[in-house]
Ligand binder design. Structure first.
Ligand code: GLV
Ligand code: MG
Length: 345
């Protein structure tokens, strides 16, 4: 995905000089999609799928993996194929979480969906990716079936990083296929894989923190830490370095909207593009948090105006409301404006 390219000519096209500054290696962005919230529906729940299609989630994921019991795999696959043919998903991104490469259900998911379900599916979410060759194998299989049926729209891949092996190899995995669009943090399986002590899927642990120093000059305080910070940051870096969207995974306590909102906020602060919803009540919260607010968009437009003016005057940096803005601020401001425009479209 990361393509080598000569930089000189392309710089001229930049709306503001400097906005496309990069390494000599230019990162190509994956197919752009809104990805603020991914609503998961078990493939067994045929009646719920049309409801999910009417929700406000940007992405609906019909699941054939862990929310489906082994004995239900065939019926879930049939439901999903029927939904792909019959349900009106509007302009949503439609995804299917297929079974992982560890299971013989995987090849059957790929073959049957591509052969029988038309072209409405946009993305396969692949669980338990451990090495780049997992993606290579899935790409080869999907390519064969797509070619055999003459499919016009190429399926994209969302890859779940949810075990220590995948976390180790995340950079190679992110670069492994042109189909790759997003990396997802599967925190539930990841906790199992690291043998960490989790109390609620994707939530904090009250024992994970520091007690401030006993020799300090202030009263001692226990400060909670975020046990997922490293894993999330690692995924954000690997995804963004390869032009993919990093997406935070599930939060298990559906009766705790405040906890979910807090997890959304810290994901957004780190650079995550969105978060999974495992219950419809989580959708509005993710949409709100992962949409740039009005004030943020106004400020981004002001930064762009200030930098345009600065560059007309031959300056590289200026002060806006007493704070430095420079060429590096342009990219961030442009990303905010672009996202707001995509949401409004
Ligand atoms: C998702 O699949 C997870 O394990 O969190
Ligand atoms: Mg999982």
């Amino acid at each position: 995905r990361v393509a080598q390219s000569l930089r000189s000519g392309s710089r001229v096209a930049a709306p503001i000089a400097g906005a496309l500054r990069n390494s000599f290696t230019v990162v190509q962005e994956a197919t752009p999609r809104l990805n603020r919230c991914e609503l998961y529906v078990p493939g067994t729940q045929a009646k719920i799928i049309p409801k999910a299609a009417k929700s406000a989630a940007d992405v609906v994921v019909m699941d054939l993996e862990d929310s489906v019991a082994i004995g239900e795999k065939e019926v879930a696959r049939k439901n999903v194929i029927q939904a792909l043919k019959e349900v009106d998903f509007g302009n949503k991104t439609v995804a299917v979480r297929i079974n992982g490469l560890y299971s013989h259900h995987m090849y059957r998911d790929v073959v049957d969906i591509i052969e029988q379900a038309g072209e409405r599916c946009d993305v396969f979410i692949i669980p338990m990716v451990g090495v780049d060759k997992d993606v290579y194998m899935a790409d080869a299989l999907v390519s064969q079936v797509e070619t055999a049926v003459g499919r016009k729209k190429k399926l994209g891949f969302g890859l779940i990083i949810e075990a220590t092996m995948g976390m180790m190899n995340v950079h190679e995995i992110a670069a492994a296929s042109k189909r790759n669009e997003s990396l997802h943090f599967g925190v539930a399986d990841y906790s199992a894989s690291t043998k960490s002590r989790t109390t609620n899927i994707g939530g904090p642990n009250k024992l994970y923190g520091v007690l401030t120093d006993k020799d300090g000059d202030k009263p001692r305080d226990f400060v909670w830490g975020d046990p997922w910070h490293y894993a999330m940051s690692r995924i954000v870096v690997a995804a963004r370095a390869n032009g993919l969207r990093p997406v935070d995974g599930p939060f298990g306590d559906i009766a705790d909207p405040d906890g979910y909102r807090a997890q959304c906020n810290r994901g957004a602060a780190l650079g995550m593009e969105g978060k999974w919803a495992i219950h419809p009540s989580q959708v509005a919260i993710a949409n709100e948090v992962f949409s740039p607010g009005e004030a943020e968009v106004t400020q981004a437009r002001r930064v762009l105006e200030a930098m345009e003016k600065a560059q007309r005057e031959g300056l590289g940096a200026v002060s806006l409301d007493g704070k430095l803005v420079d060429i590096a601020s342009i990219k961030q401001a442009e990303a905010i404006v672009k996202k707001a425009e995509a949401i409004a479209a």
